[in-house]
Design a protein around this ligand. Structure first.
Ligand code: MTE
Length: 310
């Protein structure tokens, strides 16, 4: 059993919601007013009152150093070390607006802190499997995606959810050229995937606010899919009727499917997906179907040919 149920916190450990919220907004507001870069590395950047969750994979956690210095964030360059060098200081995670629109009853534009304020922060330790056949184990802090989306009252035409990253070449230097990549970065989920309890919006990792290179201030985490589905630095969420175009799928549909569920039996046209390199380990390990989350998500794809709908 990969996901264990953490024991419930005792009553004395539970901070009243109002205290938690006011402390939190004070902390976030103070950091924003001080103009701090929110790199997520200092004691000031710790997120208070993060609840334990039942979503904890019982495997060695990848080091903070590796999680924050081995990144894919093409808006800051294609090399793994470039996001850590170029995103802090350039990317301004506060103030940050998130627009919600499309097929829903309550669209609007929200400050990122208000956006997540109504949900309690929790920690989830998830496997993270990149389509490039490397993986990590990351302790994210954030809120479940489904309940956040429900607040906007998606209607019956909302069959998919589209997500979009910031487009601002001043902050994201590689966006100044659209020769290769059709910026902004876009991703999407089917609505039932988005509502699955595993789908998560991360605002922190290792207990601190999310570092810029990991997608500050808010990013998606869908642990049963290849990492590129977990779009960073989100500014727009759209409820739509048709499957939305996504960056990697529109660039190379034969290599990056819309679903992109982790699947060791469907190879990438240029490499095998049967094994992966866990960052920090020497030997390659077998890749698990749905990245080990089959019990939670296999039902979403019942009756679907996963080789065709890769
Ligand atoms: N989101 C944006 N906006 N731009 C990107 O280049 N890379 C994706 C995904 N989200 C990417 C993105 C890929 S390929 C992966 S593996 C993960 O982010 C990497 O997340 P990490 O750097 O936090 O490990």
């Amino acid at each position: 059993m990969i996901i264990r149920q953490a024991s419930d916190p005792g009553g004395s450990e539970i901070t009243p919601r109002s205290t938690y919220l006011s402390r939190r907004s004070l902390m976030v507001g103070a950091l924003a007013m001080a103009g701090l870069p929110m790199t997520g590395r200092g004691a000031d950047a710790a997120l208070p009152n993060v609840a334990e969750s039942g979503f904890v994979v019982n495997e060695t956690r990848t080091s903070l150093e590796n999680i924050t210095h081995y990144n894919n964030f093409y808006e800051f360059g294609m090399d793994k070390d470039q996001p850590a060098k170029r995103a802090p200081g350039r990317l301004k995670p506060r103030p940050w607006a998130v627009k919600v629109e499309g097929e829903c009853g309550k669209p609007g534009t929200f400050d990122v802190d208000d956006f997540i304020r109504q949900s309690a922060l929790e920690e989830r330790v998830y496997r993270h499997r990149c389509v490039e056949a490397w993986s990590m184990v990351i302790p994210w802090v954030g809120v479940p995606l489904g309940p956040v989306l429900q607040r906007f009252e998606p209607n019956s035409r909302a069959k998919f959810v589209a997500f979009q990253t910031l487009f601002d070449p001043e902050q994201m230097p590689e966006e100044s050229s659209r020769l290769i990549y059709p910026w902004p970065y876009t991703e999407g989920l089917r609505i039932d995937e988005a509502m699955n309890p595993l789908a998560f919006l991360a605002v922190g990792l290792y207990g601190d606010v999310l570092p810029p290179q990991n997608g500050a201030p808010i990013r998606l985490v869908v642990p049963w899919k290849y990492g590129f589905k977990s779009i960073k630095s989100i500014v727009a969420i759209r409820f739509v009727e048709q499957q939305p175009p996504t960056l990697w799928n529109s660039l190379a549909p034969g290599e990056y499917g819309f679903y992109s569920n982790v699947n060791p039996t469907v190879d990438h046209p240029r490499w095998s997906q049967a094994k992966e390199r866990r960052i920090g380990e020497f030997l390659r390990r077998p890749t698990l179907m749905f990245n080990g989350y089959g019990e939670q998500v296999a039902g979403l794809y019942a009756g679907m040919d996963l080789k065709k709908n890769f």
